[in-house]
Design a protein around this ligand. Structure first.
Ligand code: CO8
Length: 334
């Protein structure tokens, strides 16, 4: 697995029909091809030496980096850059890819996911990350087949699923672009992200009660903060799902977007965030997240300190000068 992750850079804008295996097979030969590929519209096939083709999708004003960060078994990870890219202006796109199990979050998938998030965290081209699934499922929960025979002593001793929370340690913003089912751990994963965008066919739910268990990765804690006690109780106690519009009305998601355009719109939002000062974005994320964990007085104190700290950055000088000079700021994330 480790070796695979360190595989040669791949040349691709992949779509969901390309299997990670195919990508791996192509990796070596693709890396020898041109370093970047500009997409001006239409579908482009990039031939690689192993007689395979990787289809690139049309995306105006988006430059697809020639390199994937790595290759994985259960996700696809790639970098998208806008046409005019300031430092850190790119988006890391992670697509959960375990179609036969509706992206059920088995251990190996989560390991891949955390690895990719950490890789984008280190990548200076990337200012924001988008996590998405397939048109049918963002993720249908933790993998029930992996859990079904587990015993208390075992899950307690290994502190089962505790590593999921690593997603929340990322300092760069993460957008969840949810099409289809986001159930159980899938809904919890979406809630670990900073912004949830729902495709019009999205369905959110915490159906663990139907399995004789309860949510274990934030479904009883983050959900109540998002939708309030009564709605959270209804979802957790009945296992009933809510659709995209209901999720929007309840405050669980920021926007509902036509499913076909969801990922594209999420990437655009990612670009919008990524073109800001990386310092300010990180501190804003940290400050908003503190609000969920502390008193108002403590939160306000923290926010003020973050605000003060930003006056030590070059980006604050640049942002304010640019405003006064009536020009676009050029942030350097310093
Ligand atoms: N785990 C494993 N396999 C799954 C899961 C899952 N969560 N969800 C779907 N699959 C598999 C199915 O078994 C099926 O496989 P196969 O074709 O081999 O039989 C395949 O995906 C397709 O599923 P369906 O045939 O059921 O597809 P449908 O379109 O008929 O139904 C549903 C889709 C409604 C999403 C249905 O699959 C379903 O109800 N899935 C289970 C949803 C669920 O209960 N999720 C909660 C799981 S428990 C959990 O997430 C706890 C998290 C706790 C974290 C704790 C951290 C400490």
């Amino acid at each position: 697995m480790f070796a695979v992750r360190q595989a040669a850079p791949l040349l691709a804008r992949t779509n969901a029909r390309i299997t990670p295996i195919a990508l791996k097979a192509c990796a070596a030969s693709i890396s020898a091809a041109a370093p970047t590929h500009r997409i001006d519209g239409g579908i482009t096939n990039l031939a690689c030496g192993n007689d395979c083709k990787i289809r690139t999708l049309s995306n105006h004003s988006i430059r697809t980096m020639a390199t994937l960060s790595a290759s994985y078994d259960h996700i696809l990870a790639e970098k998208r850059m806008p046409e005019t890219s300031a430092k850190g202006g790119g988006v890391g796109l992670i697509t959960l890819h375990r179609p036969k199990a509706l992206n059920a979050l088995c251990d190996a998938l989560f390991e891949d996911l955390i690895h990719a998030v950490n890789a984008f965290e280190e990548d200076e081209d990337v200012g924001c990350v988008v996590i998405t699934g397939s048109p049918k499922a963002f993720a249908a929960g933790a993998d029930i087949s992996e859990m079904s025979t587990q015993e208390f002593a075992n899950v307690y001793k290994k502190n089962m699923f505790t590593q999921w929370a690593d997603i929340t340690k990322a300092s760069k913003p993460i957008i969840a672009a949810v099409n289809g089912f986001a159930l159980g751990g899938g809904c919890e994963l979406a809630m670990m992200c900073d912004i949830i965008l729902a495709g019009s066919n999205a369905q959110f739910g915490q159906p663990e009660i139907n399995l004789g268990v309860i949510p274990g990765a934030g479904g009883t804690q983050r959900l109540i903060r998002a939708v309030g006690k009564s709605k959270a109780m209804e979802m957790v106690l009945t296992g009933n799902r809510i659709n995209a519009e209901e999720a929007f009305a309840a405050g669980l998601v920021a926007k509902v977007i036509d499913s076909d355009h969801l990922v594209e719109e999420a990437i655009k939002m990612g670009f919008t965030i990524a073109e800001k000062s990386g310092m300010a974005v990180r501190m804003a994320k940290e400050a908003v997240n503190v609000a969920e964990e502390t008193s108002l007085a403590e939160g306000l104190r923290f926010e003020r300190r973050m605000f003060h700290a930003l006056f030590a950055t070059k980006d604050q000088k640049e942002g304010m000068s640019a405003f006064l000079e009536k020009r676009k700021p050029e942030f350097t994330n310093e």
